[in-house]
Ligand binder design. Structure first.
Ligand code: P6P
Length: 334
C-alpha cells in the first residue's frame, strides 16, 4: 500500500466524499497532534515524573492519575485557539468546557476520554485517547450540556489513539476506518491500514470474568456457552483476552475480530455498566460499525441511544457482528 500522511488522507476524503470541510480537517489534525504530545508524555514513564496518582478525583469519583490530568490539559490547550470548536467535554471534567471568549468559535463540539485505561498507566500496559466529534446544533449561541446530548448517529468523526509498542491513530469520518502509525523520527502519522474490516465470526471474547457471579441471566448463559466450548452448544472452543484498557481490547478486535463486553450487573442495579456513552461507547461504536462490526447495549444499537446526561454509562457489547447479534438476542429473550 502506498504510504500517505494523515493530511493527504483527509484531503483525499474531502475530494472523494465532500465529508471533511476545512474546519473538520483542522480539528482532526489538531487532535492527532495532541495525541502525539500525549504519546510523548506517556512514553516518559517514571523518567518524566508523570506516573502515580494526582491528589484529586474526577466526576466519576475515580482517583485521577497525573497523566489523566496532563492528557486532558494537552487536549484542551491544543483545541481552544483554532476557531474550529464551540465547546469540549471530557471524562475528566464535570461540566462542558466552552471555548474562551478571547478565541473565535466554530461549528464543532469535541468530546474525549483523554487517557482511557488509566489503571494500566503505572504497569506499562497499552492505554489510549478516545474522541468523538459532533456538530453544534443550528442556532446555538452559548453551548450547554444539552447541546452535546445527541445520539451517536450524529457523530461526524470518531477515533482513538493507542499508546502501545507502536503509537497508532484509528479514525473514521463515516467512510470506512483507517489506521495511521506514528513515525517518531518524522513526527508524522503515516497510513498503515486502509478500510479496516472486522471479521464477522470470531472465537475470541473480552470480558472481566471476575464479575461473573453478578451478571444477569442472559449474560451468564452466553458466557457459560463460551466457557463450555466444544463440549457445549457452541461446538467449538473460544479464547479470552482482557487488557482492562478499552482502547487496547477494541484495537485487538479491529485487528483480528472478537467481542468486547462490559455488561450491567446486579451489584448496582441503577448503574448501567461501567463505560460511558458519550466519549467511550459512541465513538468506539461508530468505528466498529464502520468496520463492519456491531455495537449494542444488549437490547438496542448503541448509536441510536438518546443521551440524557453527559456522563451517563451504558452496557457495551461490540465487535464481530455474529457474536454481538447472538448475545443481544439472548438479552432480548429471543
Ligand atoms: P475493570 C478503564 O478504566 C476502563 O474504563 C476501560 O478502559 C476498561 O475496558 C474498563 O474500564 C476496565 O474495567 O472493571 O476490568 O477494571
Amino acid at each position: 500500500m502506498k504510504r500517505i500522511s494523515l493530511t493527504q488522507h483527509l484531503v483525499e476524503q474531502q475530494r472523494q466524499h465532500n465529508s471533511i470541510p476545512a474546519e473538520l480537517r483542522l480539528l482532526i489534525e489538531v487532535v492527532a497532534r495532541a495525541c502525539k504530545t500525549i504519546s510523548h508524555s506517556v512514553g516518559k514513564g517514571a523518567l518524566g515524573d508523570v506516573l502515580g496518582t494526582a491528589s484529586s478525583e474526577n466526576v466519576q469519583g475515580e482517583i485521577q492519575k497525573k497523566l489523566d490530568i496532563i492528557s486532558n490539559e494537552i487536549l484542551l490547550e491544543a483545541n481552544e485557539w483554532g476557531g474550529h470548536l464551540a465547546a469540549m467535554a471530557s471524562e475528566e471534567m464535570e461540566t462542558i468546557h466552552p471555548i474562551p471568549n478571547r478565541y473565535p468559535k466554530g461549528e464543532y463540539m469535541l468530546l474525549f476520554d483523554p487517557l482511557d485505561g488509566s489503571s494500566n498507566i503505572d504497569v506499562n500496559v497499552s492505554i489510549g485517547t478516545i474522541f468523538s466529534v459532533l456538530k453544534a446544533p443550528d442556532g446555538m449561541t452559548v453551548p450547554t450540556e444539552q447541546d452535546f446530548l445527541q445520539p451517536g448517529t450524529m457523530q461526524v468523526a470518531a477515533g482513538y489513539a493507542i499508546y502501545g509498542p507502536q503509537t497508532m491513530l484509528v479514525l473514521t469520518t463515516g467512510n470506512g476506518v483507517h489506521c495511521f502509525t506514528l513515525d517518531r523520527e518524522m513526527g508524522s502519522w503515516v497510513m498503515t491500514q486502509r478500510d479496516i474490516k472486522i471479521p464477522e465470526e470470531t472465537s475470541e471474547y473480552s470480558i472481566n470474568a471476575s464479575n461473573a457471579r453478578h451478571w444477569h441471566p442472559p449474560m451468564q448463559r452466553y458466557f457459560n456457552e463460551l466457557q463450555a466450548g466444544k463440549t457445549g452448544s457452541r461446538g467449538r472452543d473460544f479464547n479470552m483476552r482482557w487488557v482492562a484498557s478499552m482502547v487496547a481490547d477494541v484495537h485487538r478486535i479491529m485487528s483480528r475480530g472478537g467481542i468486547f463486553m462490559y455488561p450491567a450487573d446486579a451489584r448496582e442495579p441503577d448503574k448501567a455498566g461501567k463505560l460511558r456513552l458519550m466519549y467511550e461507547a459512541n465513538p468506539m461504536s461508530f468505528i466498529v460499525e464502520q468496520a463492519g462490526g456491531a455495537a449494542t447495549d444488549g437490547q438496542n444499537r448503541i448509536l441510536d441511544i438518546k443521551p440524557h446526561t453527559l456522563h451517563q454509562r451504558v452496557p457495551v457489547f461490540m465487535g464481530s457482528k455474529s457474536e454481538v447479534e447472538l448475545v443481544t438476542r439472548y438479552h432480548r429473550g429471543e
